[in-house]
Ligand binder design. Structure first.
Ligand code: F6R
Length: 261
């Protein structure tokens, strides 16, 4: 795992956007796995800025979102369809037909999930999967105790996720949909690269467990220790429970030194 600690949220999302920009310049038909939530908003803003000011071209990009609530319409202000349109898709030139978000209104979830997996395969697999992390260590909506080999499926949200997401539903925990379709942990692990972003002290415990704790389904993000190309990009506060901060900082400084030679 490569752990990159940045002084603040702005700088961590800047580094994340540069990783995606560099990959996109090398491979114009990049396949991106995308997350929602408050964490990646700064990343989407930076990519929109690169599109508008630097003419970064997304016209051949394909995207797959990690998850979507079940039981609310696409047009709901808190659906992940609405989120992605507001923060990213309405502002860059990714063709509509290349944008994939789990369908929250399908009658046949099982068949839909199989098709979603197939569509990812047909696109050649995900090149970079953007991830946030829940305070309980979840990635996507793979809650604690999720199978580490799981595939796209329906999951019931944990109490802590419902409580964390209530803020987006007027503070009413009962208004948060109880279920979601999410890529599985096995699906996420097949991405060629994972980019896990976290900021704020509320994520410090989950980050420490995911990076330095044992691999366990009780902290789903800990499986990323088994991924050969995961970059964890965090700010100082999210890094505050890590034991090896000095080592991660020195390793990153050395990497930059090598790159500037
Ligand atoms: C959202 C997702 C979730 C979030 C996580 C953190 O698509 O997959 O795993 O990344 O719940 O959410 P925020 O960023 O709002 O703290």
């Amino acid at each position: 795992m490569e752990v990159i600690i940045q002084p603040d949220y702005h700088q961590l999302t800047t580094v994340a956007s540069e990783i995606i920009r560099d990959a996109l310049l090398k491979k114009p038909n990049l396949v991106l796995g995308l997350a929602t939530g408050s964490t990646p908003i700064g990343l989407y803003k930076a990519l929109v800025r690169m599109y508008k000011e630097d003419r970064l071209d997304f016209s051949e990009v394909t995207t797959f979102n990690l998850d979507e609530y079940v039981g609310i319409p696409y047009q709901h202000p808190q659906s992940y369809h609405t989120f992605m349109a507001n923060y990213f898709f309405d502002h860059v030139n990714i063709p509509k037909e290349n944008q994939h978000i789990p369908q929250n209104t399908t009658e046949n979830h099982e068949a839909f999930c199989e098709v979603y997996e197939e569509t990812i395969k047909r696109a050649g697999g995900i090149d970079i999967q953007v991830l946030g992390i829940g305070t309980d260590g979840h990635i996507g909506f793979n809650e604690a105790s999720s199978s580490l080999a799981s595939r796209t499926r329906i999951k019931t949200l944990s109490r802590s996720t419902l409580e964390a997401n209530a803020a987006h539903f007027g503070g009413d925990v009962n208004a948060v949909p109880e279920m979601a379709i999410t890529m599985g942990i096995g699906t996420i692990m097949e991405a060629k690269q994972c980019l896990l972003l976290a900021n704020g002290v509320s994520k410090a415990d989950a980050i420490a467990k995911a990076i330095e704790g044992p691999i366990t389904s009780m902290v789903p993000a800990s499986i990323l220790q088994m991924h050969s190309k995961t970059v964890v990009l965090i700010d100082e506060t999210a890094a505050s429970d890590l034991k090896e901060v000095e080592y991660y900082k020195r390793s990153y400084a050395n990497k930059l030194k090598l790159q500037s030679r």
